[in-house]
Design a binder for this molecule. Structure first.
Ligand code: ADP
Length: 633
């Protein structure tokens, strides 16, 4: 029983290996790329939403702090206009006597002290300072010409003068609020309040708030970080620089741009600014990013900018990015592992199914073959039965034939047997008659000799009838026979014929045990020797050779005579039943047929040879019981 080899044949290597190779080559880089990509996406999303949330929160802070700046500025808005109500001021402007000046100086000094402003002063229409709160100081503005100041020029035109600048007298920065003083609809002078707003910066620093205020020129005038003060938030061209220098608004301070390392506009009024770190050892990691939210301060051309540091947010975003990348790697690993396991299970299932299928096929084939075998077994059995029956019939026929042959032989021999038996009987009658007479005469010696002879005759008759009985008896294929005994028994059976001929017998064989029934062997030999005697009837010097030899675990006995031989035509029919050349009742034509079949029945053979020297040789081969040679006769 063979399994179908196709079921177990592996897939061609080219098809099985390539996809796996491609997968192993491309999967790890793909996973790494996706990890980096998703990590970056996580980082970006986290930063984006973080900035949005910060920006919403910062918007409130911006509003709150911008309002605080506005209220700080607006606190002083009406202070210069109040001087319009002060008659001493208008008197001074109308009549600038030292007395009027002193009065106004004292007044302004007191007002300045109460309002906690930096300085309050009054100018005439030419821009000269007529009176000032700091008239006692060495660097007092008194008598100074400040007509070049923008706030003066605006105020003299009747517009509110708002100005941040650095004092030309003492280089002190401040916020200037100017108001044109009117009298009868005509401007007679300008009142100015200078305010310092460092308090605001200090407040921001205390609150750890990063913020700055930039003026109409984009110059930072207030900043929680002093380093950013007087830096420009917009690009400064040479032209602008020159204009600002000429205005002396920022005195002689050098104006530089606030140069962030990176600037990204996120939305209207919202920017992302990155500044270099303040530390001496600088690296990219030390750079500080801010979310800059800007809002214009009401009533001024100024902008308030709130800076919210993004370090924490960035760190958080990096953590989120790493987390996303790690989570993806974990998911990818789990997916790959799951996929591998799924494939292993699928392969196992496929193998199991293939095995099951092969098994089923095998079972189907076994069933088919078993059915076939059973059928052929049945056929064989019936053939065996038929053969046995035929064999039985044959055997029976053979037995019948043997029996018939025997009976025929007995019939043939009956004359000789009768003669054989009559002779001793006649002799016994004569001897017994004589014995009676010798007894009557008292010749006991002669009578006893006669009785001994009678006994011997009876023994001989007994032997004749015994061999006849054994010859006529049905034999079988089993048993073993002694060749020597069989030859002697056959010669004894043919004794009468032998005596009537001057036959010379040559015994050249050994007494071996052969596998045949003793009676059957005797029957064969009677046939062969009888035929030889018949053939040598006309021979004046009949010779019979009985020659034996061992050959291939068989014993071969040649029965050779120097009779008339067999002609060519008769040779063809020699072993055919009822073929005989003998006249009348002498031959039945069964002897050779039966002998050959008896030899064949025990695994032996009977053949014939025709020696060139004349006569006939019958060759009888019979299987040996034991190849050990017996005693030579
Ligand atoms: P039967 O002796 O009754 O004729 P057999 O079968 O014994 O039948 O012999 C068949 C014939 O074979 C004989 O008639 C004889 O012609 C021939 N035959 C047998 N043996 C010899 C022999 N030794 N020499 C010559 N002829 C033989």
């Amino acid at each position: 029983m063979k399994c179908d080899p196709n079921l177990y044949r592996a897939a061609p290597p080219s098809l099985a290996v390539k996809p796996r190779l491609i997968r192993h080559l491309f999967l790890p880089p793909l996973v790494i790329i996706l990890m980096i990509g998703l990590g970056y996406a996580g980082f970006w999303t986290s930063e984006h939403f973080g900035i949005r949330s910060l920006s919403e929160n910062g918007q409130r802070q911006l509003e709150l702090n911008a309002r605080a700046v506005e209220s700080e500025i607006s606190k002083y808005t009406y202070l210069p206009s109040l001087l319009e109500l002060e008659t001493s001021v208008s008197q001074l402007l109308a009549d600038p006597t030292p007395e009027h000046r002193r009065t106004v100086n004292d007044y302004l000094e007191g007002l300045n002290r109460r309002s906690r402003s930096r300085a309050i002063y009054v100018m005439d229409t030419t821009g000269r300072v007529m009176a000032t709160s700091n008239w006692r100081d060495v660097d007092s503005y008194l008598g100074e010409d400040l007509s070049f100041r923008a706030y003066f020029q605006k105020a003299i035109r009747g517009e509110p003068g708002r100005f941040y600048g650095i004092g030309s007298t003492n280089g002190e920065p401040g916020y200037y609020l100017a108001h044109g003083l009117e009298e009868h609809g005509k401007i007679i002078g300008v009142a100015v309040v200078k305010v310092r707003m460092e308090a605001m910066e200090e407040r921001w620093q205390r609150a750890r708030l990063e913020a700055f205020v930039s003026d109409e020129n984009g110059i930072i005038i207030l900043s929680s970080d002093p380093a950013r003060r007087l830096k420009s938030v917009i690009p400064l061209t040479d032209e602008i620089k020159e204009r600002l220098a000429r205005s002396l608004q920022y005195y002689w301070f050098p104006l530089n741009e606030l140069q962030p390392l990176a600037r990204e506009t996120l939305s209207e009024g919202v920017e992302k600014l990155t500044f270099p770190a303040n530390s001496e050892v600088q690296s990219d990691a030390d750079n500080i990013s801010y979310l800059a939210q800007t809002r214009q301060l009401s009533d001024t051309p100024w902008n308030f900018t709130l800076l919210t540091p993004l370090q924490d947010l960035r760190r958080e975003a990096i953590n989120q990015g790493i987390l996303v990348a790690v989570a993806f790697a974990l998911v990818a690993f789990l997916l790959i592992a799951w996929n591998e396991r799924r494939k292993v299970i699928a392969t196992r299932l496929a193998a199991r199914e293939a095995l099951q299928e092969a098994n089923n096929q095998l079972e189907r084939r076994i069933t088919e073959r078993t059915t076939d075998l059973r059928a052929s077994n049945e056929r064989l059995k019936s053939q065996i039965r038929e053969r046995r029956q035929a064999e039985e019939t044959l055997r029976r026929a053979q037995d019948e034939l043997v029996q018939a042959g025997k009976l025929a032989a007995i019939g043939q021999m009956s004359t000789s047997i009768a003669h054989e038996l009559n002779q001793p009987l006649a002799a016994m009658r004569t001897l017994s008659g004589n014995t009676v007479r010798f007894l009557e005469r008292g010749q006991l010696d002669v009578a006893s000799t006669n009785l001994k002879t009678i006994n011997e005759l009876i023994d001989r008759m007994g032997r004749i009838t015994a061999s006849l009985r054994s010859f006529a008896r049905r034999g079988d294929n089993q048993g073993q026979a002694s060749l020597g005994k069989a030859v002697e028994a056959a010669l004894q059976l043919l004794g009468a014929r032998l005596e009537s001929s001057a036959l010379n017998i040559h015994r050249q064989f050994i007494d071996v045990q052969v596998q045949i029934d003793q009676t059957r062997l005797e029957q064969i030999l009677v046939n062969l020797i009888g035929n030889a005697l018949d053939a040598m009837q006309a021979q004046p010097q009949p010779e019979l050779w009985l020659e034996g030899e061992e050959f291939n675990a068989k014993y071969r006995l040649r029965v050779r005579d120097n009779g008339h031989g067999i002609d060519a035509e008769a040779r063809k029919h020699l072993f055919e039943p009822f073929f005989t050349t003998k006249p009348g009742e002498q031959g039945l034509g069964l002897g050779l047929t039966l002998s050959a079949s008896l030899a064949a029945a025990t695994g032996g053979h009977l053949g014939v040879e025709h020696p060139a020297s004349g006569g006939t040789t019958f060759v009888l081969s019979l299987p040996l019981v034991s190849p050990t040679p017996a005693e030579p006769i």
